[in-house]
Write a protein that binds this ligand. Sequence first.
Ligand code: PLP
Length: 472
Amino acid sequence: MSTTTQTAYLYKHAHPFLPRTIKAASGIWLTLENGQKILDATGGAAVTAIGHGDLRVKEAIIAQLDKVAYCHPGFYQTDIAQDLATFLVSTTHGRMARALLTGSGSEAVEAAMKLARQYFLEQSPPQKSRHHFIARQGSWHGCTIATLAMGDFKVRKAIFEPILPENVSRVSACNSYRGMREGETTEAYVARLAQELDDEFQRIGPDNVCAFIAEPISGSPLGCMPSVPGYFTAVKAICDRYGALLIFDEVMVGMGRTGTLHAWEQEDVVPDIQVIGKALGAGYIPISAVLANERVISAFKNGSKYFVHGQTYQSHPAACAAALQVQRIVQSDGLLDNVRNMGMYLEQSLRGRLAKHPHVGNIRGRGLFWGIEFVANKGTKAPLDPSLKVADRIHQKGMSEGYDIAIFQATGSAEGGWNGDHILLAPPYIVTKSDVDEITDRVCRVVEDVFTELQERGDIREVDSRVESRKT
Ligand code: PLP
């Protein structure tokens, strides 16, 4: 059976490591076909927020299927889609006005791009020239053509170039580890990035810019990088100055992952358009959403009243039922508190155990979303030789027997060069202290063993032992 699956399965067909077959999943554990149990320290890729196999979600899905499994979103609506949209808008305390319910993160980002574009066409007179998007280096917004073009994950994008559309340019991401200069203050760094963005608006022509899009905390390929305080306030001020929209791609970090339901709640700014995915339905059924504020919605109300968009599976009733139940569980089980508490404990454990490792350059994150960046030399921050594929090795070894832990490898190159080797940890929000201990133990063992192997083979030579271990 599994042989048939693997030969017919297109994804990674020719990849040296075919995906393993999972037979069961419960809580934070995955069981493979050989009985091996793997600790899901990445929640898929920041998806399985409430853990696997929650029967309350199953019951909610079945109850919805008993009522209505599908209707065309253009012809009919359902109570469950209305309920989910109302719930999502209510969680923003008036900051967002409407929600569009879509299928995947990529689809939602594309819908957000179209919404932003049409917003300017709804103006009187229509601002037709505003079709340029400014994005950030080292970003990932999805794998469809438009979102791939918007993002900057070179290893996933290079073979498809040239990619349409061409109306995207990029500025530096906010990267406190690699972007900040020696001795530079946070304020000076923010001012420098703000100037770069302002210059880009001037280069494109402010009246040609539709929106600036950013992940509030970069996921892959930058490897979980929160922005420094004040960065998004400065960015929003520039967007406002030039009348462009601010889009937050919270597909990876939204819906609780970073300790608040919306990642923007920790940034002192509210975007005009917000995209959520992954943790919304927590993996039970694919679902994503686009939220838009009153500024955007009122343009439609005063204009054509019609967003030119529509997908067959938009607002899918069973997916909406799953998502609403997931969100009720996050609230009723106090999971946001757990994300904050266990997040602090995970940070403390990772720093305590790994900060002094000679190849751990940086540990950063928020809530239950943590990245570890590996370097050849802590003093110079020189990345490891990309051909060593260190993050991939950690990922592969983690899944092998004896280690049994799923670790996400967020490695990539971007404009300006190789972004280095990072791993991401994003365990389900239900983790306990002993789960966090187990995660830290296993991650440390995998990391130790990978570097020991590389050192024994003589693959890593450059370690500056004079560099004092410092808080990373
Ligand atoms: N945006 C961000 C920030 C993401 O991390 C991802 C996926 O990892 C996407 C968009 C695309 O989402 P999906 O894979 O569900 O299409």
